[in-house]
Design a protein around this ligand. Structure first.
Ligand SMILES: NC(=O)C1=CN([C@@H]2O[C@H](COP(=O)(O)OP(=O)(O)OC[C@H]3O[C@@H](n4cnc5c(N)ncnc54)[C@H](O)[C@@H]3O)[C@@H](O)[C@H]2O)[C@H](O)CC1
Ligand SMILES: [K+]
Length: 246
């Protein structure tokens, strides 16, 4: 560790990068070898996102602080909805904006959305009231080509707002492997990437798409990385669950 950033997050160097096929291997080993489920990882991811949101953007009392959560239909959207739940629990006013009809959500994102509905947070359109913060959970490392449809429109909307955007895992529209920005891509003020920094995020990506780059521990055992082909040597998160990388 080489000190902390201005928000008190430990600064870390020496974490290797990983590409999307490598992350797919990690997810498989987590589930099949260790029995650590995707919902468990998603819970860790979303909680870490909410913690970065609170400490970096919403210090103090969260009452009257308005957060718009943009949520896609995959694991990225599910993690963002966990963060929505945590921030709402801490008193923030949360608007949930899915990238399609919420009735069409399936699997874990649908489960997360059902929890939010039970809490009285109903999926809807982007609100007229300007937000204090936008969480980008539209598309993660499974982006395929340039964003289309509602995701495309919501990325444009987010980039037009004065509020900062905090991206989950990768800025949506940004290729996590090779760092190619598609049109459009989220211009994040900060990005919280999960488990290991994705290879395309190394230098913040083209045009510094990521902004400040954080890394969250989602409870991958370091020994798992030595089972990958090729193996990776990853240090434990000794100084905290959330590290500042860039
Ligand atoms: N081990 C981990 O790091 C974990 C990461 N998690 C999070 O899950 C996502 C990856 O989830 P996945 O379900 O594979 O997909 P995505 O959420 O990235 O996106 C799929 C979603 O996006 C749509 N889509 C893809 N390309 C486009 C496009 N060009 N235009 C519009 N829409 C697009 C696609 O149709 C799907 O609906 C990872 O990034 C993390 O955030 C988990 O929490 C578990 C562990
Ligand atoms: K994202």
């Amino acid at each position: 560790m080489t000190g902390t950033d201005e928000f008190g997050f430990p600064i870390a160097r020496g974490f290797p990068t990983i590409d999307t096929p490598g992350m797919a291997q990690v997810d498989l080993l987590m589930v099949q070898f260790y029995g650590i489920s995707l919902p468990q990882m998603m819970e860790n991811a979303g909680c870490a996102l909410a913690l970065v949101a609170r400490r970096r953007y919403l210090p103090g009392d969260l009452a009257d602080r308005h957060v718009v959560v943009l949520a896609g239909f995959g694991g990225n959207g599910g993690g963002a909805m966990v963060a929505a739940r945590r921030l709402a629990g801490w008193g923030a006013q949360v608007s949930l904006v899915p990238s399609g009809s919420a009735d069409a959500l399936k699997g874990m994102p649908a489960d997360q959305c059902a929890i939010l509905k039970a809490m009285g947070i109903l999926p809807g359109e982007v609100p007229r009231m300007p937000p204090d913060l936008i969480l980008d959970g539209l598309i993660g490392y499974s982006l395929r080509g340039a964003p289309e449809g509602r995701a495309d429109a919501l990325i444009d909307w987010a980039n037009r707002q004065d509020a900062p955007v905090l991206a989950l895992d990768v800025p949506s529209g940004f290729d996590a492997i090779n760092g190619t920005p598609h049109n459009p891509f989220i211009r994040a003020d900060a990005t919280l990437t999960l488990a290991l920094p994705k290879s395309g995020l190394q230098d913040g990506g083209a045009a510094n798409a990521t902004g400040a780059l954080y890394l969250a521990d989602i409870s991958v055992p370091p020994a798992l990385y030595r089972r990958l082909a090729p193996p990776l040597d990853v240090p434990p998160f000794l100084d905290g669950d959330i590290m500042r990388l860039l």
